[in-house]
Design a protein around this ligand. Sequence first.
Ligand code: ARG
Length: 570
Amino acid sequence: KDGSFVIMDYKQLVADALAPTMADTLSADDIYKKIERPKDSSMGDYAFPTFTLAKTFRKAPQQIATDLVEQLDQSKFEKVQVAGPYINFFLDKAAFSADILAQVSAQGADFGQNENGKGGNVPIDMSSPNIAKPISMGHLRSTVIGNSIAEILKKNGYNPIKDNHLGDWGTQFGKLIVAYLKWGNEDDVKKDPITNLVKYYVKFHQEDKEHPELDDEAREWFKKLEDGDAEAHRLWSWFRDESLKAFNQIYDKLGVTFDTYNGEAFYNDKMQAVIDELKEKGLLKESQGAQVVDLSKYDLNPALILKSDGASLYITRDIATAVYRDKTYHPAMNLYVVGSEQMYYFQQLKAVLTEMGLASAKDLHHIPFGLITVDGKKLSTRSGRIILLDEVLDDSIAMAKKQIAEKNPDLPNKDEVAKQVGVGAIIFGDLKNERMNSIDFNLADQLKFEGETGPYVQYARARAESILRKAADVTPAGENATINDPEAWETVKTLADFPAIVEEALADFEPSDIAKYSIRLAKAFNKYYAHSKILADDAEKPARLALVKSVSTILKESLRLLGVQAPDEM
Ligand code: ARG
C-alpha cells in the first residue's frame, strides 16, 4: 500500500471497488446509492447490502456477497469481509488518517470548499421583518437560516446576495399614518419606535370597529403614499428609519449583515411595468372589479394582483421583485427563506412567474421553516404576547456570563466570550433542528455545556485549542500524520465526512446538516480526548496534534457556516 490516496469521498472508493464486479448488472451510480454506513464500526466503515440483488443474480444474498468479495480489488482497504447479506469494508486507518490530516492541514478552513456553483448569483430573500412591528422569532429563524444558507452557498462556490425584503409597503402604512396623526407623539416614537408604533396600530384596530370611516382615511393616505405625496412619504420614511435602527441592533447582536435592503417599497415604481406585462401576456382577468391571474391549471386559487380600488398587494410587489432580481442578477437560484405558513402563497407566486415565462422561475425555491414557541407558548404580536428578540438575546448573554464566571473565573475576556456563547446558543439552538420542525425553545437547555448545544461544540473546540496551547513546543505534523490509535478512528472519519456534508447541506437547504455534523465531530473528539493520552511524548504526538488542530479548524469552520463564533478559550 502506498498510502498516498487523495480521496475526498471514501464511499466512492467502495463503489469503485465494487463496480467492476457488477459491470453488467448495476450502474456505478446505483452501487454508490446502495452503500450504507454501519452504526457500529465493528461492522466496517462502509457496508454493501446484497439482499436486494438476489433476484438479479438468482443466488442467495450471502452467496452473492461471498462471490463479489472474491472478485474485488481489496488493496485499498484494511479488510473486506462478508457478514450475512452484507459486505463490510474496513478502511486502511493509517493511510486514511495521513491522507485526511494532510489535506486539512494544507487547506485549513478551505477544506470542503468546492466550486459546484461556478460563481452563480443566488439572491436570498431573508429576515424581511415588517416596519413598525417587532421582529419576531419567526424573523429570527429566517435571519439565521438565511445567513447560514448564504455561507453554505459560498462554500459550494456560489455568490449569495442577502436581501432583506422589508415589509415597508402596503395599506397598513395608511392606517399607521392615520393613527400617528391622531394619537401619536414624536418623542415617544424616537425613544421607543417599535413599541409606540405598534401601540398606535393596535389602537387603530380598536377604534375602527366603531369608526369605520377611519378605514377610508387610511386608504386615502396609502393612496397618497403610493402617489408620492410629500407628507405621507416623510412620515413613512421616518417610521422606516426608526424601525430599521431597532432591527439593526438585533442584526448587530446576531452578527448578520445584508447586501441589500430592497424592501417592498423599492418596487413601488416597478410595478406598473409588471402589470403591463401581465396584461400584454393576457394573464390578467377581471374578477369582481379586481384583477387576478387564473392558476387553475396549477390547481391553485387565482392570484389577486390588483384590488378593485387599484391598490397593489404583497404578491404584486413580489412579482416585481422577482422580475427585478432576474434582470439584475441572472440568478442561478432564487431563494426565499420564509415561514411555512406562506407555502401556498409561494406556490402561487412561482406559478404566476412561470406563466410569465420568467427564466429564474424554474429555480425558485421557497425554503420554509416551522413555528417557534417559547416554553410551549406561541409567539404573536397581535395577542399582546410579544417576545422581543433583543430581550431573548440579552437574557441568553447574561445566562452565559453566569456560567462562564462559574466555570472559568479567570477568563480575561469574559464579556466577549459571554456574547459569543449566549448568541451562539440561540443560533445553534435554532439551526440544529431540521428547519421544517417546529421548535419549542428553552433557553436554559440551549445554554448547557453538555448535550446537543452550541456551547457544547464551542467548548469542544476551545478544549482542542487548549491542548494545542499546552503543546506549543511541538509542531503538528503536516505530512505523514499516521495515526494507528483505534480510539482516534471515529474522529478521523468524521473529519473526512465534512466535504460531503457541505454539499448535502446545500442540496437540502439544511443548515441542520452542518449543526448535526458539528455535534458528531465534537462528540467523537471528546471521546477520543477521554480515552487517549494526546499529550504523551511519543512518536505519534505530532500526528495526534495534527488531528487536534484539524478538529479545531473544522469545528470552527462548521460553526462559521452556521453564523456562530468560536472562542479560543471559554
Ligand atoms: N414581510 C413578510 C412577513 O413578515 C415576509 C416577506 C418575505 N419575502 C417575500 N419576498 N415575500 O411575513
